[in-house]
Design a protein around this ligand. Structure first.
Ligand code: SF4
Length: 243
């Protein structure tokens, strides 16, 4: 699933969502306190997700094969929420490929115009692909994709297609382990981020990416505790947490 190497999370024999979040919190806090670069910390997250999923699978094997496959990108038309660490890693990765950067920035800007402030339902109704999706339905930043993307999965690709085509509103059957492990890792990272006196609020991917790509000082500002991603804070996620 992931090509980047990752440090080990302390998960114990029978990890729960709470213990996965606690382990991700501890690992992120230790890395930030040790002076690790935020990019190096963010590069660990997908590996932690893999480890958490593998640990839970020892008790709860996958019920059936996933339908997800390269080039199948129905879920890349959904709203994506993301932590600031992940956005900074995505921006750094995209900047490292300058040949494609102007095109990506243009796509992000266009997508942001259409999606800014939209709820998940409104976003689905738009049917707009993520600006990081290429013409073959592959993520151009797959190795550093957000945890939300790694957690989203399906047992039924046709169900995903029908949902996107508005032919059904039935929930698509999926594996909850992948999804919940991703949320748990993100929750632990968020707690550690706030504890480090940085703004850990959950962001909407496109709006946050636009800020991170437009402002070369975004990382420095964020490290100083400035709310550089204020305009990209996901209001729907924040309301759900408060509720
Ligand atoms: S970041 Fe990549 S995996 Fe996530 S929605 Fe966008 S294209 Fe899909």
């Amino acid at each position: 699933m992931t090509t980047l190497s990752s440090s080990s999370l302390s998960l114990g024999e029978s990890p729960t969502e709470a213990s996965i979040a606690a382990a991700a919190n501890a690992a992120t806090s230790a890395a930030l306190k040790g002076g690790a670069d935020v990019r190096a910390v963010a590069e660990q997250l997908l590996g932690w997700h893999d480890q958490a999923v593998a640990a839970v699978r020892r008790r709860l094997p996958l019920a059936q094969a996933l339908a997800c496959a390269p080039g199948c990108a129905h879920c890349c038309h959904l709203k994506v929420t993301v932590t600031p660490l992940e956005v900074l890693l995505l921006a750094a990765t995209l900047r490292a490929a300058p040949a494609a950067l102007s095109r990506i920035k243009r796509r992000v800007k266009e997508a942001d115009k259409q999606t800014r402030g939209k709820t998940a339902d409104q976003r689905l109704a738009l049917g707009l692909p993520c600006p990081l999706l290429d013409s073959e339905g592959r993520c151009v930043a797959y190795d550093v994709r957000p945890l939300s993307c790694a957690g989203t999965n399906s047992f039924d690709a046709d169900g995903c297609r029908k949902t996107l085509a508005k032919e059904t509103t039935e929930p698509v059957a999926h594996d909850p382990v992948l999804l919940r492990a991703a949320s748990a890792v993100a929750a632990g990272v968020t707690e550690a981020t706030f504890a480090s006196r940085r703004d850990g609020r959950i962001l909407e991917l496109v709006a946050a990416l636009k800020i991170a790509l437009d402002d070369p000082e975004a990382k420095s500002k964020w490290l100083r505790g400035e709310p550089v991603f204020q305009a990209a804070v996901d209001a729907e996620f924040a309301a759900a947490m408060e509720g």
